[in-house]
Each structure stands twice: as structure tokens, then as C-alpha cells.
Design a protein around this ligand. Structure first.
Ligand code: PBG
Length: 326
């Protein structure tokens, strides 16, 4: 009698498959990114061409959008701001009345239980579009940027942000932000660090969404080379040492090996960002009828979780929540 493994036994019915399923997407795993624009036009709701289904929103429109999402179980979101004015030092990032600070106050006032995360970076606020201060000859300056990032995080915490998420990739920024938060009395505000952030072409659509494309050069002197994995572990170790509470890997699907390495090497919660380009590729193929959008979305999110992410930042959050509750 021929002996062999019958793996199919456990796949014979939908219920049985469900019983042996190892990975699941839960509403509390998902974080929805929103783009909030500073504008007097309360009706402002501008579609982002390169990200079908995503919008730049006025404060009032953001409130409407989040109200709907909360009904379907939204637990957490991350905010990106589009200021009316940009300058060399990105001052709207840390202004108490900056658009993200206004949005945080509005959201926490309406939904105290919502976990509001603030992306802590300067690139949406600087006239040159870089994530830090820039010297006369175009170098992105590390140390002079740290204080501005720290001020940004404090302004966000002051407005009520539950978590700050530095995405700039300057060296030492987690330590600077931790110190700033502690000195201002925000010892309990966690830092979700974009610890392993690659200089990725997958951010293309985001730069249209956030109007944050660098006006010269690129981000390769601060974001990581996609070819490097071990370097990512050094970045993560540095951030943990400096006080990061949650480590993020970004992008998501093309970097599953990195998510797994971070999961195995560190004991902090791990987040992964399914970025704009990942979103838009799925959308475009689905709009052409080439793939089934929902199934591809769920499979990609499962893959990211299976690789070791505890939470996922994804523009599909609202869509997925509808189906999880449906
Ligand atoms: C800001 C920031 C970026 C993203 C998140 N925070 C853009 C960048 O680094 O160029 C990208 C997110 C996405 O592509 O969805 N530094």
C-alpha cells in the first residue's frame, strides 16, 4: 500500500479550512491613511489621480469620511497634511495651528477612542520637498533637522495624537523625539518608527497625493537601498535603543523578507506599510478586469501578516472593514 501525506484532508470543506487557518486579518490590525488639506473650502474633496478611490480632504470632509469608516469598525488612522503654505523649514509641520494638529484635535474630540497616529516628517511642509533641512548646496542636513522633528512630534502630541510616527529617516530622530516628548510631559506617547524605510519607487503615487515630491535630487541619502537587508536590522536596532515602541517596515509586499527578519530579531510590535504604489497597482489591474480586487487585497494583507506584521497601514482599510463586518 502506497503511503503518502494527504494534505488535502484538511482542505475538504470551507469550515474545516477556516478551523485550521493560521493567519487572520482583524479590524484592529488595520490603519487607514488620510490626506487632510488646509483650505477654506469645506467641500474640498479632491480625487488623487494616481490613487483611484483616495482623496485630499478638507477638515469637514475628513470628519464625514471618518464618521462613515468608524461605523464599519475603523480603529486607527494615520494623518498626512497638505499645508496652504510651504517654506524652507517646513514650519507648518510644528505650528500649533498646522493642519494635522487641527485634524487631530477634531478627531479626538469627536472620537476619543480612535487611535490617531500622526506621520512625523517635514517633506509635505518644505518648499523643496525633502524630509529635512537643506544646505545651500543641496545637502539634506541631519542634525539641524532633529530639533524640528522633535517640535513636530510635540505639537502633534499636544494636539492629542495617540502615536507619533517619524518617517524622515534622519539619524537620531527617535532619540530626539523621545526626549522632546518626555520633556513636554508626553512620556506616554508611543513612537511608531518607520525604522526600515527604503528609497522606494513604490511611493510615486503618494508624492502626488501629499504634494511632497522632492524638487531636486532624490531621497537616497536618507532612505535605504532596496538591496540591503542587514542594514535594515541595524536601523531597527538603533531605533529600539533610542526608544521606538513599534517598528515599521515600508513598503510591504515587496519586503516580506525584511518584515520576517524584524519579527524574528526584535520583540516590539511590528507594523508594515502597504504603500501607495502597491495600492495603485492593484487598483489599476482590477479596473482593467485583470485581477479580482478583493481577493488580491486580502491575499496581500494575509501575506504581510503571515510574514510577521502585527498591524498594517493600508489604503484598503475602509474597503476591508466593510467586508469583515458584512
Ligand atoms: C513621508 C512619507 C512618505 C510616505 C509615507 N510617509 C513619502 C516618502 O518618503 O517619499 C509614503 C507612503 C506611500 O507611498 O503610501 N516621508
Amino acid at each position: 500500500m502506497l503511503e503518502f501525506h494527504r494534505g488535502r484532508r484538511l482542505r475538504m470543506s470551507a469550515t474545516l479550512r477556516e478551523m485550521v487557518r493560521e493567519t487572520e486579518i482583524r479590524p484592529q490590525d488595520l490603519i487607514m491613511p488620510y490626506f487632510v488639506a488646509e483650505t477654506d473650502d469645506a467641500d474640498f474633496r479632491k480625487p488623487i489621480g494616481s490613487m483611484p478611490g483616495q482623496y485630499q480632504l478638507s477638515l469637514a470632509q475628513l470628519e464625514k469620511q471618518v464618521a462613515e469608516a468608524v461605523k464599519t469598525g475603523l480603529r486607527s488612522l494615520i494623518l498626512f497634511g497638505i499645508p496652504a503654505q510651504k517654506d524652507e523649514a517646513g514650519s507648518q509641520a510644528y505650528d500649533k495651528q498646522g493642519i494635522v494638529q487641527q485634524a487631530i484635535r477634531m478627531l479626538k474630540d469627536k472620537w476619543p477612542d480612535l487611535v490617531v497616529i500622526a506621520d512625523t516628517c517635514l517633506c509635505e511642509y518644505t518648499s523643496h520637498g525633502h524630509c529635512g533641512m537643506v544646505s545651500k548646496d543641496g545637502e539634506v542636513l541631519n542634525d539641524p533637522t532633529l530639533n524640528l522633528l522633535s517640535q513636530t512630534a510635540v505639537a502633534q502630541a499636544e494636539a492629542g495624537a495617540d502615536i507619533v510616527a517619524p518617517s524622515d529617516m534622519m539619524d537620531g530622530r527617535v532619540a530626539a523625539i523621545r526626549e522632546g516628548l518626555d520633556n513636554a510631559g508626553y512620556q506616554n506617547t508611543p513612537i511608531m518608527s518607520y525604522a526600515v524605510k527604503y528609497a522606494s519607487a513604490f511611493y510615486g503615487p503618494f508624492r502626488e497625493a501629499a504634494e511632497s515630491a522632492p524638487q531636486f535630487g532624490d531621497r537616497k541619502t536618507y532612505q535605504m537601498d532596496p538591496a540591503n537587508a542587514l542594514e535594515g536590522m541595524r536601523e531597527a536596532a538603533a531605533d529600539v535603543e533610542e526608544g521606538a515602541d513599534i517598528l515599521m517596515v515600508k513598503p510591504g509586499l515587496p519586503y516580506l523578507d525584511i518584515i520576517r527578519m524584524v519579527r524574528d530579531s526584535f520583540d516590539t510590535p511590528v507594523a508594515a506599510y502597504q504603500v501607495s504604489g502597491e495600492y495603485s497597482m492593484i487598483k489599476a489591474a482590477a479596473q482593467n478586469g485583470w485581477i479580482d480586487e478583493h481577493n488580491v487585497v486580502m491575499e496581500s494583507l494575509i501575506a504581510i501578516k503571515r510574514a510577521g506584521a502585527d498591524m498594517i497601514l493600508t489604503y484598503f482599510t475602509e474597503d476591508v472593514l466593510k467586508t469583515l463586518n458584512g
